[in-house]
Design a protein around this ligand. Structure first.
Ligand SMILES: C[S@@+](CC[C@H](N)C(=O)[O-])C[C@H]1O[C@@H](n2cnc3c(N)ncnc32)[C@H](O)[C@@H]1O
Length: 243
């Protein structure tokens, strides 16, 4: 795979096994094969493209989207606040397009991450994304996580689901003491309902807001993504006590 970046910064992820047609002319596949990362290739009309080797983040950004996918800012907050590291044992649900699963699996590697999805059509989109990205350490289960979690001794469970509170009791059986149950919910009502079930957990709820700056004029961009979701990090203490 190749990542091509044009003079305006637009990015294209391509296999390189066929000629690539752009608005500025054609990039020949045989010419591309000779290029090393960091070199420049020209179309037959002389427009330049930088040639790079794609990273995992490039695959994730260009992945096919089915249901509403999580943003990278939220993925990174989830990983850092729950302490995910190489070897962490993680279960994720629902898979959706597999964006969060891919992001986290690239950190837990070589440990396999398991992700639960209830819908076959979304599972197919996610599996195709995993295949395109060459990601081998994800196991997708076509299963309703409200009915239970098969895995035990987990470090982290991540939820991006309409009714996350229905997973709390299962999570208590599956998490290691000290492990995290993380729920990503667009609405504060969902987050509150989840929070109210967290007997035996220590929790905090946050939002991640990023403001980009336009450095040519040295001021923030006038447009920004104001809200994506509330993220609750709940740490399992190992036993429940009446609240
Ligand atoms: C918003 S999407 C998740 C997006 C995902 N986090 C991503 O990064 O691409 C929610 C997904 O949860 C799935 N889902 C809903 N209820 C579920 C359940 N009980 N068990 C497993 N998956 C479920 C939906 O089918 C949908 O694909």
């Amino acid at each position: 795979m190749y990542l091509l970046i044009d003079e305006k910064g637009r990015q294209y992820l391509i296999r390189g096994d066929d000629d690539f047609h752009t608005n500025y002319g054609v990039i020949s596949s045989s010419e591309l094969l000779k290029k090393r990362p960091g070199s420049i290739i020209e179309t037959q009309t002389g427009r330049k493209f930088f040639v790079l080797e794609p990273s995992m983040l490039d695959f994730i950004k260009k992945s096919k989207r089915g249901p509403q996918a999580i943003t990278l800012k939220d993925c990174s907050l989830i990983a850092s606040y729950s302490g995910i590291h190489p070897g962490s044992r993680v279960v994720d649900a629902g898979t959706g397009s597999g964006i969060l699963a891919m992001f986290l699996a690239s950190i837990t590697c070589p440990e396999k991450l398991t992700t639960y999805e209830i819908r076959e059509d979304f599972a197919e989109i996610a599996e195709r994304n995993f295949e395109k990205g060459g990601i081998k350490n994800i196991k997708l289960k076509l299963k309703n996580i409200y009915e239970g979690i098969d895995e035990r001794d987990l470090d982290v469970i991540t939820l991006d689901l309409p009714e996350p509170w229905r997973v709390v009791e299962h999570a208590k059986r599956s998490l290691k003491p000290g492990g995290y149950l993380v729920s990503y919910s667009p609405s504060i009502e969902q987050s509150k309902r989840f929070y109210d079930r967290l007997d035996g957990f220590m929790s905090e709820t946050v939002e991640c807001i990023i403001r980009n700056w336009d450095m040519r004029v040295v001021r923030p961009h006038s447009r920004m993504i104001a809200h994506t979701a509330f993220i609750t990090f709940a740490r399992w203490l190992g036993s429940s006590v009446p609240r």
